[in-house]
Design a protein around this ligand. Structure first.
Ligand SMILES: [Zn+2]
Length: 551
């Protein structure tokens, strides 16, 4: 996934282009010529990423890494030079769009290849600091300090004499049967809560940070909700939508009375029931069969899997281009190559879901057929992530489970498994919206109210147990992407069932048909346009709410 680039670096290529244009004059460079260079640079960059992900020092054809870095540098320089020789005002609409896409790339994901910096010794952050003093330096220094202390705390949780990390604690909560042990696991996270929200008073690190964050949004005349406009959602509707999702969950789980440490366990019945039937060795065969049944055989599409655990591997699962397809002179296309990277030491529905999600990314990008400038991920990460879930969420359908796993769990267990994470993300998004609207509120109170009113979780004002997501510290407002993403996923899935069948498993025309309407565009069209043309209307939360209400 792409990371934001600090502003001066983003401006640099434009500056370079302007200088080169001034020196070199506007000679005869065509958009098609530049695009060939662009395609070459992209291809070399894809190769570099694939080599590094495999921790090797040569391409599959034996070309050494250093040689590819050299060729990439030359091609990139030529690209920046030639872009400067194009006069955009002389271009037609589509070429101008292609030109703009290519012009942005050197400042984003076609950056210069630099030797890796000498790894500085990881210094322990000073976590006995005065938030008000750090806040005087601005949002970033305070956010970085809280994040460093949060990160340190997440790695050092003590439970029953053992040191665990945050994700291990999360993964143990749904499968730990004994309530007292669950309570102990939950309370082992207290150092994280304290690293983020100190004693919980108005001068706490996060409460200080949220005041700076709210002021920053105000200065830009923006709000957390305003990002929704990119997907065609009226910012004014965001909060009522999130509330209506939480209300549907509240009603679907009526009668529950939970402690915070019980929530994961109550949602974990499907995980507990199906784990013995999804051994690690079955993950790949199941994954391949699911997509073959829809006409998207991952092997034939050029998807390569790197899913064995290995030291030094990126801990986060991801998918990317390894080599983009190219149009042949006869109008046909070469087969591209796509890489799925993940680490599976065990099986179970959680890992199967993740593998299906990553393959969802791969079959999406494998369907993109467009000119080189547009042959890329779409312009919205929310849309991209929604497309990855199009097939993966079938895992929560008991009929699907019966077909692929030979057994199934009752519908309510599947529903809780499917939506427990989504309603938590939705609650975090709402929490951030309310805290940004009025930063003087006590976050523990805001969180406690949400948990009690919608998730049937007993109040514990004394604990800042909301403070376990890093995004709340370094990317205020980001949680809304997950909440809106879930709404978009449900809407796209409902529309896909309507168009191509509720249970299309075994219909190999599914993939070509969905590719044609949804997958193939890349950067050619804004995501919002693709979504609205597919749905025949703007996005709406109705599909998700219907699903939650079992209708
Ligand atoms: Zn993804």
């Amino acid at each position: 996934m792409s990371r934001p680039v600090p502003l001066p670096w983003r401006l640099l290529p434009a500056l370079l282009i302007a200088i080169l244009a001034a020196c070199g004059g506007r000679t005869t460079v065509t958009v098609g010529g530049v695009e060939a260079t662009y395609q070459e640079a992209r291809g070399l960059k894809d190769t570099l990423k694939a080599i590094r992900a495999r921790n090797t020092d040569a391409a599959p054809d034996g070309t050494p890494l250093a040689e590819i870095v050299r060729r990439y540098g030359e091609t990139r320089t030529a690209l920046v030079r030639d872009l400067g020789r194009i006069d955009p005002s002389a271009l037609g609409e589509e070429d101008r769009h292609a030109f703009e896409v290519m012009q942005r790339a050197p400042g984003i994901d076609l950056g210069e290849e630099k030797p890796p910096p000498d790894a500085p010794a990881a210094a322990k952050p000073d976590c006995a600091y005065d938030p008000a003093a750090v806040a005087k330096e601005g949002f970033d220094p305070l956010s970085e300090r809280i994040y460093a202390c949060y990160g340190q705390a997440t790695e050092n949780l003590i439970f029953e004499g053992k040191t665990l990390d945050r994700l291990t604690v999360f993964s143990l909560l749904p499968i730990t049967g004994d309530r007292d042990r669950r309570r102990g696991l939950f309370l082992s996270m207290e150092p994280i809560w304290k690293a983020v929200n100190g004693d919980g008073g108005p001068g706490s690190p996060w409460r200080t940070l949220v005041r700076l964050s709210a002021a920053r949004f105000r200065e830009k005349n923006a709000s957390i909700e305003s990002s929704a406009a990119l997907l065609g959602v009226d910012p004014g509707k965001v909060e009522p939508w999130l509330v209506s999702v939480l209300e549907a969950w509240r009603d679907a789980t009526a009668g529950a009375d939970l402690e915070p440490w019980d929530f994961g366990h109550a949602a974990g019945a499907m995980e507990r029931a199906l784990t013995p039937h999804i051994p690690r060795e079955s993950l790949r065969p199941l994954n391949d069969r699911v997509y073959q049944d829809l006409g998207a055989d991952p092997v034939l599409l050029g998807v390569e899997y790197d899913i064995e655990p290995r030291a030094g591997k990126d801990p986060v699962a991801y998918t990317d281009f390894a080599a983009r397809p190219r149009r042949l002179p006869d109008g046909g296309w070469t087969t591209g190559r796509y890489r799925v990277s993940a680490s599976y030491a065990v099986g179970g529905p959680g890992n199967l879901n993740e593998l299906l999600h990553e393959t969802g990314h791969a079959v999406h990008i494998a369907a993109i057929r467009n000119r080189p400038a547009f042959l890329d991920w779409p312009d919205s990460d929310t849309f991209t992530e929604a497309l990855a879930e199009l097939v993966a969420l079938d895992l929560y359908d008991p009929e699907w489970q019966q077909r692929y796993l030979g057994r199934s769990v009752p519908g309510p267990d599947a529903l809780r498994a499917k939506y427990s994470g989504i309603v938590m993300d939705t609650a975090w998004a709402l929490f951030e919206i309310r805290m940004h609207r009025d930063p003087s509120l006590d976050p523990n109170q805001v969180w406690t109210d949400l948990m009690r009113d919608y998730l049937h979780i007993r109040p514990h004002l004394e604990w800042s147990w909301w403070a376990v997501r890093g995004q709340l510290i370094d990317l205020p407002g980001y949680m809304l992407n997950y909440a809106l993403g879930a709404i978009l996923v449900a809407d796209l899935r409902a529309r896909t069932r309507e168009l191509y069948g509720a249970r299309p498993w075994g219909d190999t025309t599914w993939y070509p048909r969905v590719s044609d309407r949804l997958y193939r565009f890349g950067l050619e069209r804004p995501s919002r346009q693709v979504i609205e043309e597919y749905l025949g209307r703007p996005v709406s939360p109705d599909a998700l709410i219907r699903d939650l209400r079992g209708r």
